[in-house]
Design a protein around this ligand. Structure first.
Ligand SMILES: Nc1ncnc2c1ncn2[C@@H]1O[C@H](COP(=O)(O)OP(=O)(O)OP(=O)(O)O)[C@@H](O)[C@H]1O
Ligand SMILES: [Mg+2]
Length: 256
């Protein structure tokens, strides 16, 4: 059965999308069959794997609001083993439509994933920077959550909030939801703040913090801007090597 990992943190700009794209492409690199699910109306994950979101007729929006066949909306990417369920701006207006169409609006993504015909080893969900219905759908559908923590001010406040939402979801809709791990992102060892946040997170969540830290590396934004995962764009950059190492840690959890 596929492991479904939500990349979530309601704080904006902490590296969720970069992690979703680069972890997906790294797992695909190691021959895992991966579906990247874009749940953010900004569509940055879709763009990051080379999809022009202005040209796609249907997206995850149609899956969540109209019962469209998910199998017809999933697209291949240029990378072997990596498929995409794309998002576009339409997704910004889904919430009321989702609530109006069912009395179980939290389960819409989970239910549609159960109709998948193709088999995947991993589904990686890129969540939006909010705690709304889209995020709840992602957490309800997932087996675990990976929480990127940017080595920046107010990082710990954001962590406390996401942990509170995770425990709400666990107690009401998805008791099996686990923590895949905390991931330190945009780490710069030259800044005192970088080292401080790292020490705090590792102190509080020792077992649950990935050994891999993602360094600040210009190849990551460059790769996103070109719509090519960093593992293809600059395979030997520090950013690419870090995400490949993260993928190995995630695959080590397969035995759990
Ligand atoms: N390790 C890194 N090194 C350098 N730049 C990075 C790194 N990780 C992310 N970035 C850049 O920082 C910005 C924010 O990253 P990203 O889009 O991944 O965050 P996000 O959490 O998905 O944001 P949002 O909350 O808006 O969805 C982007 O421009 C991205 O290219
Ligand atoms: Mg994002």
């Amino acid at each position: 059965m596929a492991r479904i990992i939500a990349i979530a943190n309601q704080k904006g700009g902490v590296g969720k999308t970069t992690t979703a794209i680069s972890l997906s492409s790294s797992l695909a690199h190691f021959n895992r069959r991966v579906l990247l699910i874009d749940m953010d109306p900004q569509g940055n994950s879709s763009r990051g794997v080379g999809t022009d979101i202005t040209l796609i007729a249907k997206s995850v929006y149609d899956v969540l609001t109209k019962d469209a066949d998910i199998n017809k909306i999933i697209r291949r990417t240029a990378m072997k083993n990596l498929d995409l369920l794309p998002a576009n701006l339409k997704l910004a207006s889904t919430e009321s439509e989702m609530i109006n169409r069912t009395n179980q609006p939290f389960f819409l993504l989970k239910n549609s994933l159960s109709n998948l015909k193709k088999e995947y080893d991993y589904m990686i969900i890129d969540c939006p920077p909010s705690l709304g219905l889209l995020n709840i759908n992602a957490l309800v559908a997932s087996s675990s959550v990976l929480i990127p923590v940017q080595c920046e001010y107010f990082a710990m406040e954001a962590v406390a909030q996401i942990l509170a939402s995770i425990s709400k979801i666990q107690s009401s809709y998805n008791p099996d939801l686990g923590i895949e791990g905390f991931l330190l992102t945009m780490y710069d060892p030259r800044t005192r703040l970088g080292t401080e946040i790292t020490t705090q997170v590792r102190g509080l969540f020792k077992e649950n913090t990935f050994l891999t830290q993602i360094p600040r590396n210009i190849s990551l934004p460059e790769a996103s801007a070109r719509g090519i995962p960093v593992t293809l764009y600059r395979p030997t950059s520090s950013g690419s090597l870090a995400y490949l190492s993260l993928a190995k840690e995630v695959m080590d959890h397969e035995e759990r």
